[in-house]
Design a binder for this molecule. Structure first.
Ligand code: SAM
Length: 229
């Protein structure tokens, strides 16, 4: 591992990989598997999301099955224009639930995760413009720096303590095109508990973007792009 990647790509212990692989095994044996196992080629885009705002995207179901069963709402804090025909990355992508759908409207999608099991499922179910990397593939991840218009984290930050969340935001910043940008995520509200910080889904767009800005300030990031909310 090269030293110059220290500080930009989080180092993850093997025990964390093991823990998340086990989480996924447990999850897939107890919850409904089909949304995770269905292939993107079996999904159809049912909503034109290009002009939707963040709150609309959050609640919108993008795709449906051939039997017209809608996939779950997107639950991400991004506008349609930040997704459609954009290059999109997701940190903590899991089994590609989101990636295989976003790949149907984005020019390309990159998912990064710590669970090899989840990544194997994601690779098997996503389209050709989707690629997946393990967080430990540091050199390959570094080759993706500066290539993405939008970086997402869905139901991810809630699992990170504050130092980890800051490291992930640093990685997100490196992935973004140019030197500055912002990370539309499902961040909304920060709670402190036992000195760990949890970032949870947001009740309002204003609060969300204020807190994203706060995180950037705390992490000494710059946000150059203005947002409407
Ligand atoms: C609740 S799942 C969400 C998966 C996906 N974002 C979705 O919405 O379907 C959280 C994911 O974060 C991954 N994860 C946890 N810590 C991570 C880390 N430090 N780096 C990368 N991925 C991580 C887990 O392996 C898991 O797949």
């Amino acid at each position: 591992m090269s030293d110059d990647l220290q500080g930009t790509i989080p180092l993850v212990d093997a025990s964390v990989v093991d823990r998340w692989d086990k989480e996924w095994m447990h999850y897939l044996s107890t919850e409904s598997k089909w949304p995770h196992l269905i292939q993107s080629s079996k999904l159809r885009v049912q909503t034109d999301v290009r002009h939707l705002e963040r709150a609309e995207i959050f609640a919108t179901s993008l795709t449906m099955t051939a039997d017209a069963i809608p996939m779950a709402p997107l639950r991400i804090w991004a506008t349609g224009s930040e997704l459609v025909q954009r290059s999109v990355a997701e940190i903590g992508c899991g089994a590609g639930f989101l990636g295989k759908q976003i790949g149907l409207i984005a020019t390309r999608y990159l998912g990064i995760d710590v669970s090899q099991l989840a990544l194997a499922i994601a690779r098997g179910n996503s389209g050709p413009n989707c690629s997946y990397l393990h967080i430990g593939e540091r050199t390959l991840i570094a080759q993706e720096f500066g290539k993405y218009d939008t970086v997402l984290g869905r139901e991810f930050f809630i699992h990170q303590n504050f130092p980890n969340a800051m490291q992930v935001l640093r990685l997100a910043k490196e992935l973004l095109v140019g030197v500055a940008g912002y990370v539309p995520t499902s961040i909304c509200r920060i709670q402190t508990s036992n000195k760990a910080w949890f970032i949870q889904p947001a009740p309002s767009s204003t609060l969300t973007m204020r807190l994203v800005r706060l995180l950037f300030q705390l992490g000494r990031f710059k946000s150059s792009r203005r947002t409407s909310d």
